[in-house]
Design a protein around this ligand. Structure first.
Ligand SMILES: [Zn+2]
Length: 354
């Protein structure tokens, strides 16, 4: 599958894309992304407007000490993504696709939802925004069942599995920098990702609770690099600094040490941000364990938004839990998915000879 085989966008989409690219040149990529998201809300591709006052219900729990407040979100509209009739009406999927034309089909004949070739054939209302990140072709698409306003899926052009490699960190920082730090980038390895066949990340311009933790206590400090293990609801490492290569190298080293300790069960969530004022790159690594994908009483696996402190409830059976959680039990939602093996074991290994 290469780019030449992809269908060209429709004339309407091509015109819209040209306007967005002009906007990006004049006012920056972040402005173009927000304009695209608005267009996709108005076109109905994004199934509901997350910026509408009544779209999302939120409860916040301030914790004691320096912990950032946890945010719990009631977002029943995310369940709309399971309604095939609605998806057809909104142009999220086409009704009459010749499946033989689709690439990377699963056992049920459905084509990969993140392959550009398939999007052109089976998602008629979706407008994608192509760009290059860290020297590789990517494209952005609006998340049609968003968790926040301006919630994007960041999709690598090549169809390859959702499996951690250092290039994911490079692409994440490239997008954060390209938006002048206005968008942060999130990644779910095999802990919270629903499409495992095609590598992708998420981006949002909404600041998440985890970003409020300070880089302390420090485990290591070097030139343009700080590694910290902040106090949080579950184990997390913060790798930050002004030297991109040093942050990438240290982050990859920590992640690899965690994955290698138990390659079958260990996974991770990532959050990457960029602060343009001092030029600081921040990588938050949340070590995960596939045997603890979600909290008791919740349906879906918890991913990077949840571990970053925004816990989404969308299933009808979760409503009672959402309503009854209190300040004492809210932190347990995250504490209950802490890995079985203490991440300190990986840390010790990764920090040797640092
Ligand atoms: Zn694909």
């Amino acid at each position: 599958m290469n780019q030449q085989q992809s269908l060209p966008p429709s004339a309407t989409h091509a015109r819209l894309l040209a306007e967005l690219q002009e906007l990006a040149r004049a006012r920056g990529l972040a402005a173009a992304m927000r304009a695209l998201f608005r267009q996709q809300v108005e076109a109905g591709f994004v199934l509901f407007d997350p910026a509408a006052a009544d779209a999302l219900v939120e409860r916040r729990f301030a914790a004691e000490g320096a912990l950032p407040p946890l945010r719990l979100q009631w977002n029943p509209q995310r369940e709309l993504r399971l309604d095939p009739q609605l998806l057809i009406e909104r142009g999220v999927i086409a009704a009459d696709v010749d499946q033989s034309l689709l690439v990377h089909r699963d056992e049920r004949g459905r084509g990969c939802f993140l392959c550009r070739h398939n999007i052109a054939l089976q998602a008629p209302a979706e407008v994608i925004y192509p760009l290059e990140l860290a020297g590789e072709p990517y494209f952005l698409g609006c998340n049609f069942a968003p968790i926040t306003d301006n919630h994007f899926t960041v999709i690598v052009e090549q169809h390859r599995p959702q499996r951690y490699h250092a290039g994911i960190l490079r692409a994440g920082f490239a997008l954060a920098v390209a938006t002048e730090g206005q968008f942060r980038v999130l990644y779910n390895a095999r802990a919270g990702a629903s499409i495992l066949g095609h590598e992708h990340q998420h981006a949002t311009d909404v600041r998440l609770p985890l970003e409020a933790v300070p880089a302390a206590p420090l485990l290591h400090q070097g030139a343009g690099l700080r590694i910290a293990q902040p106090t949080y609801y579950l184990p997390v490492w913060l790798v930050e600094g002004e030297r991109l290569e040093a942050v990438l190298q240290a982050g990859d080293r920590l992640i690899q040490a965690w994955l290698q300790l138990d390659p079958v069960h260990h996974s991770l969530n990532l959050l990457q941000s960029y602060d343009p004022a001092p030029g600081t790159f921040r990588l938050y690594v949340v070590p995960r364990d596939r045997r603890r994908l979600t909290a008791p009483g919740r349906q879906a696996a918890m991913g990077s938004f949840e571990t970053a402190g925004l816990v989404v409830f969308s299933h009808p059976e979760e409503r009672a839990l959402f309503d009854t959680v209190d300040a004492a039990s809210a932190p347990q939602l995250l504490a209950s998915i802490a890995p079985a093996l203490p991440p300190a074991q990986a840390l010790e290994r990764a920090m040797l000879d640092f």
